[in-house]
Design a protein around this ligand. Structure first.
Ligand SMILES: Nc1ncnc2c1ncn2[C@@H]1O[C@H](COP(=O)(O)OP(=O)(O)OP(=O)(O)O)[C@@H](O)[C@H]1O
Ligand SMILES: [Mg+2]
Length: 286
């Protein structure tokens, strides 16, 4: 099963002088059970694209198929609430997502809204806080008083507490320190690998794409420039350089070695293989 976009266009402020076509005739297939990165320059349409997955935005033209639901332009979609329970979206700016008086109430809001008992919702909220690395002492704090990175964790915990099948994360590690970033990415990987969640992550960080994701979608001026597996995408770095994307450090290192007389195949995609290849060639030329 996969999530598909068929000829989806999205226009902001249709019928006004501010009309702007942010997505143009998008066709996409997002594999369920995988981790997919959505990348592209600022303003290319990534956030607009991912907000279609939980029907926060409805297509101006075209159709989205997700988790057995069909969202078609011009028709009032049915079962929106249940879709939003199954496809959780963490906004790029999580402060827009937080509104309860305390952190714990905010995180428990989603499950409660879906008819889960107060006690069970609080249990889930506490568990989600643990997963994202928020200490118990934050439970009674106001989400408005938190730092940007802490707010982001609360927003992510709020979505995790709903236990969605599809997790859509719009720049989830922006504003987190490097250690927290790694922990957060490891958490998403665990949710994907061990709990079978489909993860879609918008990011500008190619190291994250390279290390954690299976597939990559490149958005450019509201269109899909390319869609492929991550290993295929980074294999020949001239492809991503041609799209103005800086390849991951490991690939840049391989290129640099090749420019300096080594002959390392483009199938060498991890540090261990790179070190082995360098060692072999150094020994051969003694
Ligand atoms: N509410 C809005 N009204 C009008 N235009 C909008 C609105 N939101 C976004 N846009 C425009 O649509 C285009 C795509 O915006 P979007 O937020 O999807 O880009 P993005 O790829 O997520 O960028 P970033 O990397 O900066 O987050 C931009 O040109 C933006 O100016
Ligand atoms: Mg964005």
């Amino acid at each position: 099963m996969s999530i598909t976009f068929e000829n989806v266009s999205y226009i902001y402020s249709e019928g006004t002088p501010f009309r702007y076509e942010a997505l143009s005739e998008i066709n996409l297939e997002i594999e369920e059970g995988k981790m997919t990165a959505v990348i592209g320059e600022t303003g290319s349409g990534k956030s607009t694209l991912v907000q279609h997955l939980n029907a926060l935005l409805l297509p101006t033209k075209g159709t989205v198929h997700i988790l057995g639901r069909t969202i078609e332009a011009g028709t009032q979609p049915k079962g929106l609430k249940s879709l939003r329970g199954d496809a959780g979206l963490v906004f790029q700016f999580p402060e827009y997502q937080l509104f309860e008086e305390t952190v714990i109430k905010d995180i428990a809001f989603g499950p409660k809204n879906f008819g889960i008992s107060e006690e069970e919702a609080l249990k889930r909220a506490r568990n989600a806080m643990k997963l994202v690395g928020l200490d118990e002492q934050y439970e009674e704090r106001s989400p408005l008083e938190l730092s940007g990175g802490q707010k982001r964790r609360v927003a992510i915990a709020g979505i995790l507490a709903m236990d969605p099948k599809v997790l859509v994360l719009d720049e989830p590690t922006a504003g987190l320190d490097p250690m927290s970033t790694v922990r957060m990415m490891e958490l998403f990987r665990k949710l994907n690998k061990e709990h079978g969640k489909t993860v879609l992550i918008v990011t500008h960080d190619m190291e994250q794409v390279f290390r954690y994701c299976d597939n990559v979608i490149v958005v450019e001026h509201g269109r899909i420039r390319t869609q492929s597996s991550v290993s295929e995408f980074f294999r020949d770095s001239s492809v991503c350089r041609g799209m103005n994307i800086l390849p991951p450090a490991m690939i840049r290192m391989r290129d640099l070695l090749n420019e300096n007389g080594f002959d390392i195949a483009d199938t060498v995609m991890d540090t261990e293989a790179l070190v082995n290849a360098v060692e072999r060639q150094v020994k051969r030329h003694g």
